[in-house]
Structures are given as C-alpha cells and as structure tokens.
Write a protein that binds this ligand. Structure first.
Ligand code: CA
Length: 358
C-alpha cells in the first residue's frame, strides 16, 4: 500500500515538474471519502428531510463518488438536537438542520436561520452571499470546529396551529407553544411559554395537551404531520420565520483536509440545494393549503393587525438585546440590521410595490 502511494506521488510530482498536471495531486484526486450526514429531521420528511437528501445526492454525484454521503434521519445515529455536537466532535462528518437550534452554543447563531420580522428568503440569500452574512456565520462556527453553508430555505412560514382564537395579545398569555429561537423568546415576553421540540415530537405533544399550540413550517410540511387532526385554527403570517435558512454543517478538520475541487463541490451542492428547497416549497405550499382548508376544514385565520404590531415591538427588543450579549452578537446584529434596512428600502419599490400592483 505504502509503496504504491509513494509511486503515485512520485509519478505525480514528475508530471507536475513537466507542467502537465493541475493543482491537485494524483493521490488526493483518488482519495475516496465516506461521510455520514446526521439530520434534525425525520428521514425523508418532505422538504426538510428530502432537502438533506438533495445535498447528499449532489455531493456524491458531482464528485463522481469521491465523496459518498449517507443520510441518517433524526434518532438513527444521534438525536435531532445532538447534530451540532456530533459533527463538531468529528463523530460524523456532516449534518443538516437549522442554526436557531444551537442558540445555547451561540446566541448570534439564530440570525443565520430566522429573525422575527427579519429577512425573507431572497433577502437572506442576499445577506449571506453578498452582504457579509456567511463570513460572520463561518467565524462563529469555526470556534466549534464547523463549516456552515446555507442549504435550504422554507420561504415565509405559517404563524402556527392553535386551539383557540387569537383576538388580542392577551390570548398569548399562558399559552404553551412549540416555537424555537427568537420567536420563542418573543412569545415569552408576551406572557407565553415557549417549548423547543424536534418536529417528530410535536404531534403527540399537541394531541396530549402537553402544549397548547405549535408552529412548524407551512402547509406542505404541516399537512404531512397531520396537525389539522389536533388543532382547529391555522394562523398566518409566520412573523417569527419570514424566510428560514436551513444549514449544512461539515466538520472543519474534515473540510479543510479535502482537495480544493471537492471543497468547491461541497459548497456548490449546498448552494444548489438552498435554491432547490425554496422552489419546492413555492411550488407545493398552496396545493397543501387548499387541501387543509377544503378537505380537512381547517379554520384559516390572519393574526389581527394590532396583535402583529405588539409582537413586532417585542421582537425588536428581543433581537436588539442579542447585540448586547456578546461581541459577536453585536457584530452580527449590526451587519443584519444594515442589510435589512437597505433591503427594505429597495423592496419597497420592487417586490412590495409589485405584489400590491399584482
Ligand atoms: Ca418553524
């Protein structure tokens, strides 16, 4: 084995000397990697689980099998909320989830999934790729030996499932609701109790009255989980998650050890999957909503304006407070805020004006 490796390397350097080969050596181009990807989603769950599958399939196919990625659903190897640690420690090479699940590791991480009344999908991608967001995300995750990438987006989510009408902000008082991240903190300020539960455990919690309400994603996903069987009212809009980015994480040592071409393939596969998931939700949400309302008789309701106004005011405080918590939180908040202000100004005369005219 060693002799063969030596011969291959010797051959490669000989060719390099004659200028016939590119940057990567023959040895690294032949190296095969077998990766495990753990996810916070149930295996093959529509949109999210299948989004993780897309990342794995693209990496495997684009690399011609040089990296073979096998996907494990939540609990197959590790629990849904153990994904971050499993990849960080190097137990597995890769993971797929959402950054707001890791707020106990870094409060600022939440900005890279969703911020209440924050950026929509289009704006998230603008911030991450062209507004400095991704660089900040990489800086934060480097401390945990991780490399992050945007690898999916749900678009604007729904406000959630409730068993009572929400007529005023007072109706949120005492409400025990599954709602993660900063949205959960906002609910707490409104007098409710936020609960963080992985997707696979929500239905039973709602059915057994362990929680009074839940948000999950949108019609396409919520129909699949069958929430209409255990809750009466389906509220919009999802003020707490206006364009949630899903993440792929790779163990940093593993990523840094890859030849450059495979690093670009991993990044590109995530970028394609990021767009692909948004297209899937955009294509499938409305048919699912139609089925929920017309077949399952779900009571579709919009949050009253004054409820949204009060929630927004609480949200502004919660989001700004992250800036005061640590240095990185301040840096991320300031970058986010600057981008949000200019995106809003531009979208007032583009997207928003167009939606109104249409
Ligand atoms: Ca959600």
């Amino acid at each position: 084995m060693k002799r063969r490796e030596f011969l291959t390397k010797a051959g490669a350097s000989g060719l390099l000397a004659s200028g016939a080969l590119g940057v990567s050596s023959t040895a690294s181009a032949k190296t095969k990697y077998k990766w495990k990807m753990v996810t916070t989603w149930p295996k093959n769950f529509p949109g999210l689980g299948t989004g993780a599958n897309t990342v794995a399939r693209l990496i495997t196919e684009m690399s011609g099998g040089r990296i073979e990625v096998k996907v494990y659903g939540a609990k197959q190897l590790v629990g849904p909320f153990e994904v971050f640690n499993a990849v960080s420690s190097g137990d597995v090479e890769m993971g797929h989830g959402a950054a707001y699940y890791w707020k106990n590791k870094s409060e600022a991480a939440q900005f890279f999934s969703a911020v209440p009344f924050g950026l929509n999908a289009q704006e998230m991608n603008g911030w991450l790729y062209y507004g400095g967001g991704l660089d900040l995300w990489k800086q934060i995750y480097a401390d945990f030996n991780l490399v992050p990438a945007a690898a999916g987006n749900t678009g604007v989510q729904m406000g959630g499932w409730f068993n009572k009408e929400i007529k005023s902000i007072k109706d949120l008082k005492g409400l025990k609701m599954r709602i993660p991240g900063l949205g959960g903190e906002v609910l707490k300020r409104a007098g409710g109790t936020p609960v963080s539960l992985p997707g696979g455990e929500i239905y039973t919690a709602l059915q057994s009255n362990a929680i009074d309400a839940t948000e999950w994603v949108g019609p396409y996903n919520d129909l699949a989980f069958g929430f209409y069987k255990v809750a009466k009212y389906y509220y919009y809009p999802g003020w707490h998650e206006p364009g949630t980015t899903l993440e792929a994480i790779v163990n940093k040592k593993v990523f840094d050890g890859l030849p450059k071409d495979l690093q670009r393939i991993v990044e590109s596969a995530c970028a394609v999957a990021n767009q692909d998931m948004l297209a899937e939700y955009t294509a499938k949400n409305n048919a699912a909503l139609h089925k929920l309302v017309n077949v399952h008789n779900v009571n579709l309701k919009q949050f009253p304006d004054d409820v949204l106004k009060k929630i927004k005011s609480l949200s502004d405080d919660v989001v700004a407070e992250i800036a005061a918590k640590d240095k990185m939180g301040k840096k991320v908040y300031e970058s986010f805020k600057k981008f949000r202000d200019q995106a809003r100004a531009w979208h007032d005369v583009s997207e928003h004006a167009y939606y109104k005219a249409r």
